[in-house]
Design a protein around this ligand. Structure first.
Ligand SMILES: Nc1ncnc2c1ncn2[C@@H]1O[C@H](COP(=O)(O)OP(=O)(O)O)[C@@H](O)[C@H]1O
Ligand SMILES: [Mg+2]
Length: 366
């Protein structure tokens, strides 16, 4: 047998060599190498086998696979036979107001006016973050028109635990609370607005959310005093503004940005919903409500247009019995758009949790 003689010589490497090699791997968001960012953990070297973890700021990192490949390549280039890179994540909290126990990031979804698809976006964004490995919870803050029970096809009363706190429902793998679970129509009709919203705010801290990476708030529509005080008193990490392309909606979306700016909540960007109708016959985009409005708005504020979502009457299919669109689609425009959106949102929050204010946008200046 000749094989033995030709066996490759074992290359011994030490920790410093591996770390030095890994310094070539740059996190594209943070623009620094993963070693100095402290992302490399549990490095084990046994002969010519190297294994380590790379701990990112979010499991939903859009360039996770790319980073993993680069790590393998640079270590293999040292002559190492086997490299095992495990990608992990530790989601960190972004900001310092009174924190909700267990909750690392609160993302508030707003729209200047109702009916533009705020709740639809909130639900599908939440599920997309969950799909990418985040621990996700949702709170429907809309007292007069709570829509999560319908959108998720779930409506049961919530239980109050011995300590007076509420236990959220588990729906599609998320912890969900809706004012709809809590109040029946009579109660919300007899409570006055400001009182109700103070109640929401109190309520937020009185729920056993458990370990949560992303809590998504479906804010009540509008940008009046009530919404303002709700956003002011809640530890929101970032806001997202949903609009449709019509002029009136764009005007209201502006008010949404101004509201967040007033209470120092950074805005991650805009989502233009019902942007176009994708015709099955000619495969072309038809701009039914006008074109370019969302982009113009984004440009005006120096904020990104995070997604353009198509108009599709089946998006909340009544016959779907509350199954959100991204759980129904095998592949399709919503699945792609929400997948990308989740990656962008998670990456932005990851950046901010590392103390990286994104340069430029006025609304980011906290
Ligand atoms: N992209 C879309 N295409 C078609 N209908 C949509 C789309 N997004 C939302 N809708 C519909 O528009 C209505 C309002 O959506 P919803 O998410 O409840 O808005 P909001 O929370 O802003 O009031 C619902 O009937 C919903 O099914
Ligand atoms: Mg709604």
């Amino acid at each position: 047998m000749v094989f033995g003689r030709f066996r490759k010589k074992t290359v011994e490497v030490n920790e410093n060599q591996v770390l030095e090699a890994l310094k070539q791997v740059i996190d594209p968001d943070l623009q620094r190498d993963i070693v100095s960012l402290g992302f490399v953990k549990n490095l084990v070297i046994k002969n010519d086998n190297v294994s380590f973890d790379v701990e990112l700021t979010t499991p939903a990192c859009p360039v996770k696979e790319q980073l993993q490949r680069q790590c393998e390549e640079v270590v293999r280039a040292l002559g190492v036979t086997k490299v095992v890179v495990t990608m992990t994540a530790q989601v960190r909290a972004v900001r310092g107001k009174r924190q909700i126990p267990g909750v690392r990031n609160v993302i508030a979804v707003t729209s200047g006016k109702g009916g533009v698809g705020k709740s639809t976006v909130a639900v599908n964004l939440a599920l997309a973050l969950l799909r990418r490995g985040g621990r996700v919870a949702m709170l429907d803050c809309d007292l007069y028109g709570p829509s999560l029970p319908d959108l998720l096809g779930f409506n049961q009363p919530v239980r109050q635990l011995g300590d007076g706190a509420f236990k959220p429902h588990q729906v599609y793998g998320m912890n969900v609370m809706s004012m709809g679970f809590l109040l029946n129509g009579d109660q919300s009709a007899t409570m006055r607005g400001p009182m109700l919203h103070r109640f929401v705010q109190q309520f937020l801290f009185n729920v056993h959310w458990g370990e949560t990476d992303y809590l998504i708030l479906d804010l009540p529509p509008g940008t009046g005093d009530i919404q303002l005080s709700l956003t002011q008193e809640t530890p929101i990490s970032a806001g997202i503004v949903v609009t449709t392309p019509q002029k009136a909606a764009l005007l209201d979306a502006r008010k949404g940005v101004e509201m967040f700016a007033k209470v120092n909540v950074p805005v991650l960007g805009f989502i233009e919903n019902m942007s176009y109708y994708l015709c099955g016959k000619c495969d072309k985009e038809h701009a039914i409500f006008g074109r370019g409005g969302g982009q113009a708005l984004a440009d005006e504020y120096g904020l990104p247009l995070l997604a353009r979502l198509p108009l599709d009457p089946t998006v909340n299919d009544d016959r779907g019995e509350g199954v959100p669109v991204i759980l129904r689609e095998k592949d399709g425009p919503y699945l792609t758009a929400f997948g990308n959106l989740a990656g962008r949102v998670a990456a932005e929050l990851g950046k901010r949790s590392m103390g990286w204010a994104v340069p430029g946008p006025r609304a980011f200046e906290v």
